[in-house]
Ligand binder design. Sequence first.
Ligand code: BES
Ligand code: ZN
Length: 857
Amino acid sequence: MLDAQPKTTQLSEYTEPNFWVETTELTFELQPENTIVSTRLQLKRNPKRPANSPLELDGDELELISVAVNGKQLGVNDYSLDEECLVIHNMPDEAVLETKVRVNPAQNTTLDGLYRSGGMYCTQCEAQGFRRITYYPDRPDVMSVFTTHIVADAEGNPVMLSNGNLITDSLDQGVRTVTWHDPHKKPSYLFALVAGDLVVKEDSFTTMSGREVALKLYVESQNIDKTDYALDALKRSMRWDEETYGREYDLDIFMIVAVDDFNMGAMENKGLNVFNSSCVLANPATATDATYQRIEGIVAHEYFHNWTGNRVTCRDWFQLSLKEGFTVFRDASFSADMNSAVVKRIEDATLMRTAQFAEDAGPMAHPVQPDSYIEISNFYTMTIYEKGAEVVRMLHKILGAEGFRKGSDLYFERHDGQAVTIHEFVGAMETANNIDLTLFKRWYKQAGTPVVEAQTQYDSSKQTLTLSLRQHCPDTPGQTNKKPMWLPVQLGLIAEDGQNINIQVEPAHFVFSNVPENTRVSLFCDFSAPIKLEYEQSTDELLFLLEHDSDGFNRWDAGQKLMLSWIEQARQGQFELSDSAKAGLTRLINSTDLDPALLTYLLKLPSESYVAEFSAPIDPVGIHHAREQVVNALANALESEFKACYKRLNIQQDYAPTHSQMAARSLKNISLYYWAMASAEGINQAQQQFQHADNMTDQMAALNILVNAGEKAQAQAALNDFYQQWQHDSLVINQWFTVQAGSAVLGTVAYVQTLIEHSAFDWRNPNKIRAVIGAFTNQSLVNFHQADGAGYKLLVDAILRLNKANPQIAARLLTPLTRWKRLLPQQSNLMKQQLESILKSGELSKDVYEVVSKSLI
Ligand code: BES
Ligand code: ZN
């Protein structure tokens, strides 16, 4: 793991492997501290590689017990072995390799490879965890048919799972042996094994060709009442992929397992998805609407990988966005179809503008197809995922739904069972649509966020409107003088009476004729390209668009632009809510023809990190106070409207996670928030709701309000009550931690320290770390950036503590510090010093080393 001068892997140095692995047979003799893994590989030399080239196997933290080729044990002189590699020279062209290694799951705190979570065994192999299980060519272009035998104590492990179909199950003197066989070739990163004391919730799905698939969700017994929603979401996903992409599931069984200790959200292992329990378990009393929606999206995402990732996989990890970008696009389209498409678009654009644009503007900026990496785990980024999905979405926009479907059909037909590159994906789109996308491919190669400057000019004598667009893209590390990008520009013209036209254009300069006076232009409707738009619009114009644009996304965008300008005015000490703004917002709140989910977003001020992305240098304290001032102004000016809106929506009904109920609850709870910001009466109502809510959405919303708008004593009392009520439920306690650590009012450095010392906190559980340290550094900006640098120190202490124990989590925690150059000078210097102190602190994991060293360049 530790290396003084870690090596960089380059895309340009890709070569095929020397050997292919036809079949892989694994035997696990499971014991918590002493697990023996025996591996039998059928190998075939790759004729494209030089004759006599050696067999190269990856390995990490393995104790090699024995190695044999074609039945003959090798001596130490027959191979070379170092920390990362087992190399065997003089290999025949076809051979059976047998190895035996020892691993220690109980000691594995990295949650990568084979480890223990609670009392169970589980694995995580993407991207390079399989090499922590056995010696293997651990690269996605090596695809093999896997058979897995699991041998374990029967009493402790009533459930023993791996990929594919169960072939045999036998018991001998308290030891159980099961065999699983997966008929589909797959790379090692899709391997999975789970064993432990779990219960199962079963369901089934009939595919479009009439095959019956058994669906099984495995959980710890106390969670059996939290399984219904994920199974429903799974069935909806399976149907949607058949209807939208013509893709059918390809095994007779599909399993999901919930585990508590997991670095990511979930993992798409073939036939055996493993989920972070926070991303799959829900019931109305414990999960918020936001959690329900996250579950629906992640279940879909991992299921969709079965075609975009598993059947067609990546040649190498530089192609990661081939599966992740495409699959995020697919899960976003699914969520848009299941809920409100506009709201989903607003949420995704917000993520782009806060997290991805910030990444693109920082030291870790990289293209959607990166050129190099030190540690691949650091490249599961906003750029690979979110920008990658935006690029696929632009292709969809350019080709149209039908053209895109022709392209995806051809992609699956051509490349089923193969490990391919992004080039092949675009190539299928080109062939199927008879179009040249060479220029479009710059989106994959060029890092940085393009900036588009727009200007409009109206000629009243000719009734023409001229629009000019210019684009440029800032330099990013290692890339200067960028070329222009192919931008799908979707735009609308909105006449004074609110009439809209909507068109899609590509040239940079064009003239519209027969345009009436006072027509407004709405640009990049639906966020048609992931760019920063610079276009001057007056307050009146923005207010008008907020009320009248037929493009829901741009209505929201106009409102955000307006609110950003208010926050900026408040920072200058010059903000006052105008009568026209008040009147417009009143009409909005009272409008009955608007989806309440969209209305909620129209009424929401941009978050502090959103505001930060639109300012230079970033002044977190100033932003916080300015934003609070605008919140208070809105709350006070519109109190009676918010109160009435709350009362209208606060009705007794049985909870259901349906779109219409969730939309109504979101509007109800944002109304309660503003009402409580305005008056004690609102706070009292929040207190009532907190005590009597029968679902977590309403209870958590009220708790958040009490913590951030109430008196300290009232906030503490509610937090104590909540803890007493929910201390038995770890997932609810995570939410309890987040409310506190992410609060500007409560989440001070000293307070967060007490949360870390709380008995419910656990350094081995990534969810707890994210709930406390992640929430503090990403949400409580005013405290994280407190003037003396104590917030940075707290973060760095956590990073150093996790550096070796869980390098992936340690590196992820670093993100806010990598933004140091954009802060005010005092904070910027303190952040830089902290990064330097990490570098000096001795042996760093590759993960932490890469992020820190690149940030300091
Ligand atoms: N393949 C990833 C999970 C993964 C990522 C495993 C990195 C190991 C290292 C999975 O498909 C994924 O992308 N999960 C996301 C959620 C998804 C909805 C975007 C996650 O875990 O955050
Ligand atoms: Zn994924």
